[in-house]
Design a binder for this molecule. Structure first.
Ligand code: NCD
Length: 305
């Protein structure tokens, strides 16, 4: 039995198979409409989410399966003091696969160690968000036709943003990737990530201004300032509008640069950018459903001919 805790749990070859499956799902949705008939997905969300939870639920429903779960820890036995280990043991009796989001780093890992069904980490604190990374990779692969040889700018809250951490982790396995980290000093990418890049000899720059580097980018990954992980409101208010990607900034970018964002967006991308053909963040949401469908099938060992 396999779980997904970290994007690196899958080898590059396994990811390739997963993305090929997602491509086939995109092209032949009907073929997969009953693949998970009789199977249940449990979504255990201890932390708020709309997109990720609904994306998992839509994925399972598209496969003909059903969904149970909770989206708010206060409405589950957690509020009575139940541990994650006990919760997953119970859920294992009800469902065939579980997607778990938790505010504590490592909680889905603890659950996986006690689970008799596959557990998917749907985001753990500021740590990892592997299914968002699979979504990001599938989006890049589908829209750019490759996952190697490009310069990617990651902009915004690189300190607390787990989607950025997960994506960098996953991209270092592809050739010719160059990173540009764009953040205010207070929200710089953690040292453990830059140490890893140095160790692997992967080129990166850390800058504060977005304008200067726009022309160099093949991809721009915007992120929101993670309000809920700040210790004080004052710092959040000071930093929340540090970057606003607007039409004027987009004029500095290459004609085929793509803008990605895991969403939810706050102010960091002006709505005027939404109609720019380079804005890929809503397409990204759709790819998220395909890749989660592929992931559910893979972890449940279900093949469709
Ligand atoms: C992200 C998350 O939860 O980390 N959202 C998502 O899953 N699409 C990004 C965010 O909340 O900023």
């Amino acid at each position: 039995m396999r779980h997904l805790m970290n994007p690196l749990d899958f080898s590059v070859e396994e990811l390739e198979r997963l993305f090929n499956l997602a491509d086939d799902i995109e092209a032949n949705m009907d073929k997969y409409a009953h693949a998970c008939q009789g199977k249940k997905l449990a979504t255990c969300f201890y932390e708020p989410s709309t997109r990720t939870r609904l994306s998992f639920e839509a994925a399972m429903l598209n496969l003909g399966g059903s969904v149970i779960g909770f989206s708010d820890a206060s409405s589950s036995s957690v509020s009575k003091g139940e541990s994650v280990s006990d919760t997953i043991r119970v859920i294992s009796c009800f469902a065939d696969i579980c997607a778990m989001r938790h505010h504590k780093e490592g909680a889905p890992m603890v659950a996986a160690s006690k689970s008799s069904i596959p557990v998917i980490n749907a985001g753990d604190g500021g740590h990892q968000h592997p299914t968002q990374t699979l979504t990001d990779l599938l989006t890049i692969r589908s829209l750019k036709g490759r996952l190697d040889h490009f310069t990617i700018g990651l902009c915004g809250d690189l300190k607390f943003g787990r989607t950025a951490h997960s994506l960098v982790n996953a991209l270092v396995r592809y050739e010719g990737i160059r990173f540009i980290f764009i953040s205010p000093r207070e929200l710089m990418i953690p040292d453990y990530i830059t140490d890893m890049l140095k160790e692997k000899n992967i080129p990166y720059e850390e800058v504060i201004r977005l304008d200067d580097i726009m022309p160099k980018l093949d991809l721009l990954y915007m992120t929101r300032v993670q309000k809920e992980r700040f210790f004080n409101e004052e710092d959040y208010v000071r930093l929340k509008d540090f970057y606003i990607l607007d039409a004027a900034k987009m004029r500095l970018a290459a004609p085929d640069m793509l803008v990605l964002h895991p969403l939810p967006r706050v102010n960091e991308i002006s709505v005027e950018v939404d109609n720019d053909p380079r804005a890929a963040y809503f397409k990204q949401v759709q790819y998220g459903v395909y890749v989660r469908m592929a992931l559910i099938l893979t972890l449940l060992n279900i093949t469709v001919d």
